[in-house]
Design a protein around this ligand. Structure first.
Ligand code: PRX
Length: 582
């Protein structure tokens, strides 16, 4: 297969002129101040993400335009205009005020992808509080870590997920109220601190003046995994909306008449930056599909809602490739005009397959929870070099530096991918971990933790992570978090966790475990440990494979040498083992 540049991608098939029609001109003229001017802002120079995403449209002809086309997992559908969302989010902001929640307090959501989660996230921002969206797939330990660290005051959840919350609630004194969203109206016994969402919303007024937050006030936090320690809360401020807005416009190329579908859950930063804020700040209609993945199901969504712009992830694309083109042909996907991907390296085959299956290539882009918005991308007007993440977004300076993060590497040579400090959506801290945050910056650069190369044409190519973090289906897994969960199993003495290559998910989690005296290695025990892990962790973080070892390789200071476990597993050179404790 020829992976040389796909010339000008789909430009001749483009039915609309791309927003970024000339990369060099836009790069030369780009100023964040001009982006600020495209937003409404407040008289006091402030900004509020929810105001820009919802309120401002209600004063324009967009007021009655559909903002959200929602399809539930049972096939039910609901439609909300910007005005509908304006009123609902006002109500929720009033609910928070009534509960005595103050500006800056943390409000967390733990829900499936129903319209209510969108209302709560935006309503929280309107009230000037800090929102923390959590995946509904989290188990009790994952929940406890995040709620404890953030000292969240309010948690919004559903009757089914409340069962998980009940397991940990006694360890979470900061939580004042748990709001129960009972969309399916199941009988429910309210426990202490719990209160009905429906009742609160009914009693609340739909008029609210959005809090005039400062550009630098905290708005949203997403927890992300590191190599050691617990997940860390990357906190973003309200002016992050400038990044969401600008990148949605120029990278995702959304135009007023688009029907846009981002397949990510709001528990992941892609699901908020590009599943809520960026597109709505651009006044675009979004589709939200609550159901899980199936090739036929997804194509049906595209066909039914006439999706024009689609933002998804490599794992999903690989699964679609596996399902084959025959399923594609059963649907009319002619509405699609632009497709993007993020979260993991996008295989060159996947870019080309897009051309074959949909007549359009996938445009890869790169960013992180910490960066808040897309930093490197393939743009509609540019040649795609399949396998490359593309070029820096206007206003972003990216470079490849040597091991000390001092000198730039020559083109084609691998090094640390770094970004020039400061862009509006850059994270402002790791919650309660300022030192760790500071350690991510050196010589005015933000060190991303990724290894990459830059070619002669300024395109960036992903090489791998500089740390042990595992990327499974676009979900970052910190090995330490999994190891900590595993050693809580009564039979497990020690655990070392690595990522091993996988065709679909890129990597899957593999655990090496040594047992306590008195326990015998067996298939049954493996199953039991896996089951145990499933109760504690997000499904994707659970080990798919477990191997028993008599002991784990460790450094003299007692650190498990995951690098060595990985080299041995994959039959690679063991490298420097001078610190290995025999
Ligand atoms: O390692 C890179 C990988 O995912 C990491 C960021 O993960 P997370 O914070 O969960 O993502 C948030 C929004 C994308 C990066 O450090 N990654 C992301 N996009 C790409 C990628 N690796 C290769 N190519 C990409 N396009």
């Amino acid at each position: 297969m020829n992976y040389s540049a796909i010339t000008k991608g789909n430009i001749e098939k483009m039915v609309v002129k791309p927003n970024l029609d000339d990369y060099q001109t836009i790069i030369s003229n780009f100023k964040w101040d001009n982006i600020y001017k495209e937003l409404d802002g407040f008289d006091n120079g402030g900004l509020n993400i929810a105001y820009e995403a919802i309120d401002r449209h209600v004063k324009t002809s967009l007021k009655d335009k559909p903002a959200l086309l929602w399809e539930g997992k049972h096939g039910e559908s609901e439609k909300y205009t910007f005005h509908d969302l304006y009123k609902l989010t006002n109500r929720f902001a009033n609910v928070l005020s009534k509960l005595g929640v103050q500006k800056g307090d943390r409000v967390f959501t733990y829900m499936d992808r129903t319209p209510e989660v969108y209302t709560c996230i935006l309503g929280t921002l309107k009230a000037g509080c800090v929102v923390g969206p959590l995946f509904s797939a989290f188990g009790p330990d994952a929940m406890k870590d995040r709620l404890e660290d953030s000292a969240a005051k309010i948690l919004v959840t559903t009757p089914k997920l409340a069962e998980t919350v009940h397991e940990i609630i006694n360890d979470l004194p900061a939580i004042e109220k748990i709001i129960i969203v009972n969309k399916e109206k199941t009988p429910y016994d309210f426990q202490a601190r719990e209160i009905s969402y429906e009742k609160l919303m009914e009693e609340a007024s739909d008029e609210f003046e959005t809090v005039k937050t400062d550009k630098e006030d905290y708005a949203i936090m997403h927890y992300t995994s590191g190599t050691t320690g617990k997940p860390k809360g990357a906190a973003h401020v309200h002016q992050a909306i400038m990044g969401h807005y600008a990148t949605a416009k120029y990278v995702l190329d959304i135009h007023p008449d688009d029907i846009y579908w981002c397949t990510a859950d709001p528990g992941w930063v892609t699901g908020t930056s590009y599943g809520i804020f960026g597109p709505w700040a651009n006044g675009v209609t979004q589709v939200v599909y609550e159901g899980g993945f199936s090739a036929g199901g997804w194509y049906r969504v595209i066909e039914k809602y006439k999706v024009t712009v689609w933002y998804t992830a490599p794992t999903a694309i690989r699964m679609l490739m596996k399902a084959g083109e025959k399923v594609v042909r059963k649907h009319d996907l002619g509405s699609l005009r632009y497709m993007c991907s993020v979260g993991e390296p996008l295989n060159p085959e996947a870019v080309i397959w897009g051309e074959q299956a949909f007549g359009l290539p996938f445009h890869d882009n790169w960013w992180q929870t910490e960066t808040g918005c897309i930093q490197i991308a393939n743009y509609p007007v540019q040649d795609i070099k399949p396998g490359s993440m593309g070029r820096p977004f206007p206003g972003v300076t990216a470079a490849i530096l040597d091991d000390n993060c001092e000198n730039e590497m020559p083109p084609g040579q691998e090094g640390n991918l770094v970004l020039k400090q400061y862009w509006p959506s850059m994270f402002r801290t790791y919650w309660n971990k300022k030192e760790l945050y500071d350690s991510r910056f050196k010589n005015g650069w933000y060190i991303t933790g990724d290894r990459a190369k830059k070619d002669e044409d300024g395109y960036f190519w992903f090489v791998g992570r500089a740390d042990d973090v595992i990327n499974t289906a676009g979900h970052l897994v910190g090995p330490f978090e999994v190891e900590s969960a595993l050693i809580e199993h009564p039979a497990v003495a020690e655990a070392g966790v690595i990522g091993i290559p996988d065709k679909i998910a890129m990597e899957v989690v593999k655990a090496f475990v040594s047992l306590k005296d008195g326990y015998e290695a067996s298939e049954d025990l493996k199953m039991d440990i896996k089951k145990f892990a499933r109760q504690k962790l997000h499904a994707l973080s659970c080990p798919k494979e477990i191997d028993f070892l008599p002991g784990l390789p460790k450094t003299r200071s007692g650190k498990i040498m995951r690098r060595l476990l990985k080299a041995r597993e994959l039959g690679l050179p063991e490298g420097d083992t001078s610190t290995l404790e025999e």
